[in-house]
Ligand binder design. Structure first.
Ligand SMILES: *[C@@H]1O[C@H](CO)[C@@H](O)[C@H](O)[C@H]1NC(C)=O
Ligand SMILES: *[C@@H]1O[C@H](CO)[C@@H](O)[C@H](O)[C@H]1NC(C)=O
Ligand SMILES: *[C@@H]1O[C@H](CO)[C@@H](O)[C@H](O)[C@H]1NC(C)=O
Ligand SMILES: *[C@@H]1O[C@H](CO)[C@@H](O)[C@H](O)[C@H]1NC(C)=O
Length: 528
């Protein structure tokens, strides 16, 4: 006996509807409106070919845990069409799978098609066969180029549509981009550049994807393309249409590494300052470039002289680990700004100059609810601000304080949450490893032991003691990939190795290389 067929049919059709429920994405000057709800969006760039498929779920989850609403990626033409009309979407080129995972994690996505993407990627993502086509001129009003660009764009859009990836189809993609920072170089192309960008807009719109299109760094973006800003700071940016929302498509959280140059670093404090200033001045979407930079595998690194690592000093490091304190500081910032989401997206803004580069920005909605930003952009003087009945605040130089209800400090971009110092030292982690005899069965001399410890208080653990009891003959120790020392047992017996080591905030990898040099002979037995 089965259940009534009607129940089955009803359940099936419900499931079908759930899968295909469209998400409506529109906008006004102060918000993205997703299914009627006015939203502020935190997004992060993660380029799918810069990590492995196995890493994707972990990276996406950590982005979500860090308070992101969306993941952004370019598509990489040269990888997808290495030979003309021979496509590759396998392995970590499977962008459909990547965006599906983003959706499964409950996040939105932003698809930047380009298809010129720059991105420190070899030849900006253009396949070399394209360059070699007779009569072609790239990125301008050239029929051969435009034809190829349209074919590739249509290919990507149709694959996305087939997989129901656009929000209009119930998928995660809420915005899509055509071209990339063309405004920065358009002048070199004269009138052909101007007609090319109009053609790009029309070609994109004709794809009929049901979500808004953006163009970054395109001050004359043809309507309804929304022009957006890339840079370290975009608080002074205004879109060319007053009805367009103010969006930051690339907040440069660090920088790429070039051979022979110092390792780029941007502080957590300055990153938070840039984001907060942007929202203080009416921004509604911030995308970190990069949130996870990853690796330029094979010959994908752009040039000249860009390294294989594309770590970018991003909140998630090249391997997908938390880059602290950046990841945690930005997570707290996201939560603080979200407290004001309803007021920021549906309120009126007033700025009050308090002198010496200190500004109070107040957002007030129709119910009289308030949300404030108190900024001090003076880069060498802290400010003591008295807001009367709303309280007194110390705003460090080059920082912004977020005031929930305009009278409660919930975040300051320069103040990182630290633990109280001078705490008793404790044993952080004790691990009892098996001995080499049990693990290697005497078929080898070397054994790597590896473990990770999470540090949340560097005031204690920047001077820690690594203590190893070993029955091996020699031991070498490494902390976070750096050799810290070695010791051997003079008479071949048990010994203890101790070393002062400095641990950093977040995960620390402790590695020990143990070696044996001949197992000990049982002397007693031999004498007899
Ligand atoms: C925006 O504010 C107006 C006036 O209070 C209110 O009627 C409207 O529902 C709000 N819209 C949204 C999307 O919250
Ligand atoms: C910090 O680490 C200690 C020891 O592992 C733990 O007891 C404590 O809960 C941690 N604190 C935070 C804020 O994560
Ligand atoms: C680190 O700790 C050790 C032992 O706890 C102590 O002898 C040493 O002076 C400390 N070093 C610093 C720089 O604090
Ligand atoms: C060496 O260590 C093992 C395991 O802790 C212990 O059983 C043994 O007694 C030690 N031998 C010496 C000579 O200390």
């Amino acid at each position: 006996m089965g259940s009534s067929p009607w129940v089955g049919i009803v359940l099936l059709s419900l499931a079908f509807m759930a899968l295909c429920v469209a998400t409506e994405v529109t906008y006004d000057a102060h918000s993205l409106i997703i299914n009627g709800e006015k939203r502020i969006i935190f997004s992060g760039s993660v380029h799918y070919p810069r990590s492995t498929v196995e890493m994707w779920p972990n990276i996406i989850q950590k982005a979500k845990d860090g308070g992101l609403d969306a993941i952004e990626s370019y598509v990489f033409w040269d990888r997808h069409e290495p030979i003309r009309r021979e496509y590759d979407f396998s392995g970590n080129l499977n962008f459909v799978k990547f965006f599906k995972l983003v959706q499964e994690a409950g996040l939105y996505a932003i698809l930047r098609i380009g298809p010129y993407v720059c991105a420190e990627w070899n030849y900006g993502g253009f396949p070399i066969w394209l360059h070699n086509m007779p009569g072609i001129e790239l990125r301008t009003d050239n029929p051969i180029y435009k034809n190829e660009m349209q074919i590739f764009t249509t290919k990507i859009v149709s694959m996305a549509k087939e997989a129901n990836l656009f929000a209009s189809q119930g998928g995660p993609i809420i915005l899509a981009q055509i071209e990339n920072e063309y405004g920065n170089i358009m002048v070199d192309y004269g009138d052909a550049g101007k007609s090319y960008i109009k053609w790009c807009a029309q070609m994109a719109l004709a794809q009929n994807i049901g979500v808004p299109w953006i163009m970054c760094q395109q001050h004359d973006a043809p309507q309804p393309m929304i022009n957006t800003c890339n840079g370290y700071y975009c608080d002074q940016f205004q879109p060319n249409n007053p009805k367009s929302p103010k969006m930051f498509t690339e907040n440069w959280i660090g920088w790429f590494q070039k051979w022979g140059q110092r390792v780029p670093h941007r502080s957590a404090e300055d990153s938070a300052f840039s984001v907060t200033r942007f929202f203080q001045n009416g921004g509604i979407l911030n995308n970190y470039y990069m949130y996870h930079g990853g690796t330029n595998f094979g010959r994908t690194a752009g040039g000249p002289y860009i390294t294989t690592s594309y770590d970018y000093d991003a909140p998630l490091d090249e391997y997908g680990n938390l880059n602290q304190p950046k990841w945690g500081h930005l997570k707290q910032l996201h939560a603080a700004i979200k407290l004001g989401e309803k007021i920021l997206t549906n309120g009126t803004r007033t700025d009050k100059d308090l002198g010496n580069q200190v500004t109070l920005t107040t957002y007030t909605n129709a119910n009289g609810e308030r949300f404030c930003f108190l900024s001090n952009i003076n880069n060498n003087q802290d400010a003591n601000v008295d807001l009367q009945q709303d309280g007194k605040y110390i705003v460090p130089s080059w920082s912004v304080t977020i005031l929930n209800g305009c009278n409660k400090e919930v975040f300051n971009t320069a103040k990182r949450k630290r633990k109280t110092p001078c705490k008793e030292r404790e044993v952080l982690k004790q691990i009892n490893f098996l001995s080499e005899k049990e693990l290697t069965f005497d078929v080898g001399d070397y054994l790597w032991y590896m473990t990770s410890v999470d540090i949340n208080d560097t005031s204690i653990w920047s001077n820690a003691t690594l203590h190893v009891n070993t029955m091996g003959h020699t031991i070498r120790a490494y902390v976070n990939g750096r050799h810290v020392g070695y010791k051997f047992s003079q008479w071949g017996g048990n010994f203890t190795y101790e070393k002062q080591v400095s641990l950093k905030e977040g995960p620390n990898i402790i590695t020990l290389l143990s070696a044996t040099l001949g197992l000990q002979i049982m002397v007693q037995t031999l004498i007899r």
